[in-house]
Write a protein that binds this ligand. Structure first.
Ligand code: SAM
Length: 297
């Protein structure tokens, strides 16, 4: 791997960080509150994903997993970019076409420009966004998520998808979102870290807490497209203690039970409203992630 190339491309990928330099970051670069334990000795999904996206908010344990996956599946870097890009398209369409002005983003990840609020506030500066993640490193970088327009508002809440009641009760949620008005719940590239048994109840609870006219925007990994590639990723992540849960289309679609699916339904993410500029390469169904957006009636 060419670390110089990785080191110099941070500005291009736009990964926001407390400190961006030509060298890898160390624990000392973070302004985490003292009670925050970054646990840099073990890989974490947010930081492996950041590494695959070309960011620098990651540590040796994260890069080791990333390098092992990349050695066998060089296309994973493009897949990570596609996984991030569909979030942009989903939230832009939610704001532009469906008129959504409030977003609850669980599993936000390490800030990477543009962040969700930057996309939707470009549509309407009054948009409001609550970000939730359980990785302390995201908390340590959360300043980059709090750059709201004056007309809108953003908040960062340290929380776990498995405990929705806890983070919904955070004062940052009530100060930012009006839960009597529609909210888009965005779960982008997170539920594949959880089994069906663990993921469904909190997703249902969150949707129950939102009024009619709210949306679920969801993406998650599938082995349907390339089982052998999924198996490699599964093995390499598992070696680092990160469980992946690949879902068939049918299992993925279960999250949308009772919701009305937006066009074009559940598809591989590069087929979900590809940008015209991307259309030549995109839309080919090459990315092993399903995506969909559903509306609560
Ligand atoms: C692959 S990243 C996706 C980031 C972002 N949503 C995107 O698609 O660009 C997955 C994120 O989910 C977070 N995450 C994983 N399990 C979680 C949980 N149970 N509760 C909250 N966040 C979680 C990780 O810390 C990580 O930041």
């Amino acid at each position: 791997m060419d670390t110089d190339a990785w080191g110099s491309d941070t500005a291009d990928t736009g990964t926001a960080g407390a400190a961006v330099s030509e060298s890898w970051l160390t624990e000392a670069d973070y302004e985490a509150p003292p009670e925050v334990d970054l646990r840099i000795d073990r890989a974490h999904s947010a930081r492996v994903y950041d590494y695959l996206l070309g960011g620098k908010t990651n540590f040796p344990a994260d890069r080791e997993v990333g390098d092992r996956v990349l050695a066998e599946l060089p296309g994973v870097r493009a897949d990570a970019a596609a996984a991030r890009a569909v979030m942009h398209r989903m939230v832009r369409r939610l704001a532009e076409v469906h008129g959504v002005r409030q977003f609850l983003d669980v599993g936000t990840g390490i800030p990477t420009t543009p962040n969700l609020h930057e996309i939707v506030q470009a549509v309407d500066p009054a948009c409001r966004v609550v970000y939730v993640d359980n990785d302390p490193i995201v908390l340590a970088h959360s300043r980059a998520l709090l750059t709201s327009t004056p007309e809108g508002r953003t908040a960062y809440v340290q929380g776990d998808l498995r405990e929705p009641e806890r983070f919904l009760a955070d004062p940052g949620v009530a100060a930012t979102l009006d839960l009597r008005e529609p909210v888009a719940l965005t779960l982008v590239n997170i539920v594949h870290f959880l089994s069906d048994e663990v993921a469904h109840p909190p997703v249902r609870k969150l949707l129950d807490a939102l009024p009619a006219g709210s949306f679920l925007a969801l993406t998650a990994a599938t082995a349907d497209l390339a089982p052998e590639r999924a198996e490699v990723a599964d093995r390499r992540y598992a070696e680092a203690g990160i469980s992946l849960h690949f879902r068939s289309r049918e299992r993925f679609e279960r999250f949308f039970a009772g919701l009305e699916l937006d066009e074009p339904g559940v598809v591989l993410v590069d087929r979900w409203h590809p940008e015209p500029a991307e259309a030549a390469a995109a839309g080919e169904g090459k990315v092993g992630l399903y995506g969909g957006v559903g509306r609560k009636e």
